[in-house]
Design a protein around this ligand. Structure first.
Ligand SMILES: *Cc1c(COP(=O)(O)O)cnc(C)c1O
Length: 401
């Protein structure tokens, strides 16, 4: 599953042996993100996608500033979900024209900062509209808005559903005509729709269906819009394989479907640019989490590798970030990657809670104190999605290699 090569029995990251990288970083635990792998992923996806389709990076997947700067040079725009993320996106050099801001419960100060920055606000509630209009008046600009629609359908077989049924995200499709009228009345610069139905999907046909439905819904709703659509953000939802038995998402059928949608859009929504917004698919597989074995214990016949890393840095690998049944992320012992597995063991962190499990009953090479445990598929929803303050252990470091 891993894209990181093993040379002379040792995992290599960015062309360097892992132990050398650990020495360079100067501490464990750390996250390492491989910029060449990220660039290769974006290039590979672009080759598959139809020309003219806009590719955005949803930076909540990994908001590390250096990584966001790297992404800014590769994608067509950045999607942010808070004013804090907006600051990083602006610092990255991404043009404000190509930044959009989604998320429920945007505060007045966040909306004002968004208008001042000149970015596109994906409106999730009619409550945001007067604040945006007032900010625009004060600054002498027209606030740029798109409407996030909560569609009447779901993204099937999704890890996380974010559309369909009652949801805190976006405006229910039935209410959209009234909210569009309000956008027109307030004189906001209406640019289009944002329809994001879910995340972490490995079924190409489910994504194709959702994108077809989203496109049809957008065409219907466009009839009520105060201005022609300039942008239609069809969401994303592309998943990556985390667990045994999961396979990479095949993107060819999705790309072909998007080509067909773009063809129809040229006639039905002339002037509208189609956007795909992806987070984990672009960066998740390019990152690893590395921690060091600090103790090896045998309890009633079962081996535990205790490490200096755990759920306070990597909540998702511990199974506590939206998983229903706990499963192991792919792991290895980075400095023994060539060795055959020994007896099954359980890798845990130093937190005094049974939740702090990195990998349970996993076949790894026999590890000793000082060895480096590597968790793959860790480039998204890692450091920033973990409760770093829980139990007051030292923070981890992130490095872009
Ligand atoms: C979280 C989020 C994404 C990114 O999801 P991934 O699963 O990382 O691709 C994209 N768009 C919106 C609106 C989101 O909230």
């Amino acid at each position: 599953m891993s894209q990181f090569p093993v040379i002379d029995g040792e995992l290599h990251v960015g062309g360097q042996p892992l132990t050398r990288l650990a020495a360079r970083i100067g501490q464990t635990p750390f996250y390492a993100y491989d910029r060449a792998l990220i660039s290769a992923r974006v290039a590979e996806l672009r080759r598959a996608l139809p020309d003219g389709l806009r590719l955005h990076y949803a930076m909540k997947a990994n908001p590390m500033p250096a990584l966001v700067c790297h992404m800014a040079g590769l994608v067509d725009g950045i999607d942010v979900a808070s004013a804090g993320e907006l600051q990083v996106a602006l610092d990255s050099g991404c043009s404000p024209e190509e930044i959009s801001f989604a998320g429920p419960g945007k505060r007045a100060d966040e909306l004002q900062r968004a208008v001042a920055a000149g970015i596109l606000v994906n409106v999730e509630s009619a409550r945001e509209l007067p604040t945006l209009a007032q900010a625009g008046e004060r600054l002498g600009v027209r606030a740029r808005v798109a409407l996030r629609v909560n569609p009447p359908f779901e993204l099937k077989s999704s890890g996380m559903r974010m559309g369909g049924g009652p949801k805190p995200f976006g405006v229910d499709a039935e209410q959209v005509p009234a909210v569009l009228a309000e956008i027109g009345r307030l004189g906001l610069a209406f640019e289009g729709f944002h329809i994001f139905a879910g995340s972490q999907n490995l079924q190409a046909d489910a994504i194709v269906d959702a994108q077809q439905s989203a496109y049809r819904l957008a065409v219907e709703l466009a009839a009520h819009a105060p201005a022609p659509l300039r942008v239609l953000n069809l969401g994303g939802g592309f998943g990556i394989p985390y667990f045994a038995g999961e396979a990479r998402l095949p993107v060819d059928a999705i790309a072909a479907n998007l080509g067909e949608i773009m063809h129809r859009a040229a006639a039905e929504l002339p002037g509208a640019r189609l956007v795909l917004e992806l987070g984990r698919y672009l960066v998740g597989e390019a990152g690893i989490y590395v921690c060091r074995v600090t103790d090896r214990k045998c309890s009633r016949g079962h081996v535990f590798l205790v490490t200096d890393g755990g759920l306070h840095h990597h909540l998702a690998a511990s199974g506590n970030f939206g998983q229903v049944l706990r499963k192991n992320y792919p792991v290895t012992i980075g400095n023994r990657a060539g060795q055959a597995p020994g007896e099954p063991c359980t890798v845990v962190g130093p937190l005094c809670t049974p939740l702090d499990v990195i990998a349970a009953k996993v076949a790894l090479p026999d590890a000793a104190v000082g060895d480096l445990v590597v968790v793959f598929q860790s480039g998204a929803y890692g450091a920033s999605a973990s409760p770093a303050g829980f139990l007051s252990h030292p923070p981890c470091i992130e490095a872009l290699i």
